[in-house]
Design a protein around this ligand. Structure first.
Ligand SMILES: [Zn+2]
Length: 73
């Protein structure tokens, strides 16, 4: 099976839910349902959360490292 890769093909017009890849449905476009819209939002919030946690972890590691250096003779 061949797939035509053209920007003007049905793919864009139809609209596909970026979460579950099924057809998007109003009023939740570009998503298919409220659930998928919320999932996408959660994805972004999660990413933000992960970044903050990562920064915090680095700080904690640095503190641990500094403590170890302090303890060394
Ligand atoms: Zn969906």
């Amino acid at each position: 099976m061949r797939t035509k890769i053209t920007p003007s093909c049905g793919f864009k017009k139809k609209g596909v839910c970026p979460i579950c890849k099924s057809g998007s449905l109003a009023p939740h476009t570009p998503f298919c349902s409220l659930r998928c819209a919320q999932l996408d939002l959660g994805k972004w919030l999660n990413q933000d959360y992960v970044i903050s946690t990562h920064e915090f972890d680095e700080d904690a590691d640095l503190e641990k490292l500094t403590t170890q250096i302090d303890k060394a003779p």
